[in-house]
Design a protein around this ligand. Structure first.
Ligand code: AMP
Ligand code: MG
Length: 369
């Protein structure tokens, strides 16, 4: 292990009461720490301090137009971050989705006046979540105890902007070791994909999913007792941050750019309905150019057919359970991006349940610059 790698690894702390207290103090002082959640690891800072929030944007090289999610310890603390009339339709919708907290649901609604513009990218809504991870919850409670009031924690995924989100403490230490005071070790993230984002809508518009995740639009619709709009799917012709999709999405889902979650190695989505060896064979035959080293990622069992034309085949969830595939996806993409392959090909999974979120992330990973 190189010196810097081992140095960064020493930032990873077991989640003892002592380290959680140290992490809470670091956050109160305006420092950044790596925080485990059930979705992905967050780059956590106090969300009520401009200079601390600034550090998040600088560390991630994140565009200022991309707002942050605030994390709190419970439903009551979450409610205080919104500006909602308790008798109104938005309050009623919020109450109906409380049951998903703690959990992989981010709710976007009208912001309370105390929320910083730095957090909301100047918009009039705020995104809030109660994470379902014992270490994150203990940290949020410890912060509250030390400050004698709830401290909302801004925590986007702990990776440089556009790279793959971290699902293990080592991913944070290796990617952002120079930026964080410490990383709390909460093990591997149980869900493995970012939260579902639900926009509560307003009196004249329905609630809408802005980003797919571990909770489906159907589950939310059932809880709300009304239809829930689905996120706009990106198309294979969409490209980069300046694309029409990015501009259009900006209105309701700032930061949901067409290209995102990308390894440095090109990712190519194959289609399920023709031979895999023939797809993407852009190199001429009978040439002296060495054949590209192709990794193929599949969901479900390995068959001779899915292996055709690939140097290596990895299966995520050979039992076909897409929750398992989501759990494994980002770790696999990081491993695939260590330089041993020229191209990562993916055979799509079924777009049901969490498969919708898996394919959303893979489409974004496969976008060209
Ligand atoms: P992450 O980078 O995974 O923490 O997710 C943050 C994402 O939440 C942003 O990229 C936005 O898409 C979304 N988000 C945060 N705040 C808002 C908001 N006020 N309105 C709409 N979307 C938001
Ligand atoms: Mg992110």
């Amino acid at each position: 292990m190189s010196r810097s790698k081992s140095l960064f690894r020493s930032l990873i702390c077991p989640p003892s009461s002592e380290s959680i207290a140290r992490a809470a103090n670091a956050i109160l002082e305006g420092k950044l720490i790596g925080m485990p959640t059930e979705t992905v690891y967050g780059l956590a800072a106090r969300g009520d301090m401009e200079s601390a929030v600034d550090k998040i944007f600088a560390a991630k090289n994140r565009p200022r137009s991309n707002p942050l999610i605030l994390h709190v310890a419970d439903v009551e603390d979450a409610e205080h971050l919104f500006d909602i009339d308790a008798s109104g339709i938005i309050a009623a919708r919020l109450k109906r989705v409380h049951r998903f907290w703690p959990g992989p649901l981010t709710v976007v609604g009208p912001r309370d006046s105390q929320i910083l513009d730095h957090v909301t990218a100047g918009g009039d809504t705020v995104a809030v979540r109660v994470p379902d991870h014992p270490v994150a919850l203990e940290l949020l409670r410890e912060l509250k105890r030390l400050a004698s009031r709830p401290i909302p924690v801004a925590a986007p995924s702990a990776n440089r902007s556009n790279y793959i989100s971290p699902t293990a403490p080592e991913h944070v230490a290796e990617g952002l070791g120079e930026e964080v005071a410490m990383v709390l070790d909460g093990g591997l993230c149980r869900v493995g994909l970012e939260s579902t984002i639900l926009f509560l809508g307003n009196a004249s518009s329905s609630p809408r999913v802005l980003r797919s995740g571990g909770l489906s639009a159907e589950q939310l619709s059932e809880a709300l007792g009304e239809p829930v709009g689905a996120p706009r799917q990106i198309q294979s012709s969409d490209s980069g941050d300046a694309s029409p999709v990015a501009k259009e999405s900006f209105v309701a889902a700032p930061g949901q750019f067409a290209k995102h979650y990308s390894p440095n190695t090109p990712v190519v989505l194959l289609s399920n309905d023709s031979g895999f060896a023939e797809q993407n064979s852009e190199l001429p035959q009978n040439t002296t150019v060495p054949a590209p080293r192709v990794l193929r990622i599949v969901f479900g069992p390995l068959t001779r057919e899915v292996s055709q034309g690939a140097s290596e085949v990895w299966t995520l969830a050979s039992d076909g359970r897409l929750e398992r595939a989501a759990f494994e996806l980002y770790g696999a993409l990081r491993k695939a991006d260590e330089g041993q392959f020229d191209r990562i090909e993916v055979v799509p999974c079924e777009e049901t349940g969490i498969g919708i979120a898996i394919m959303d992330r893979l489409r974004r990973a496969s976008q060209q610059e």
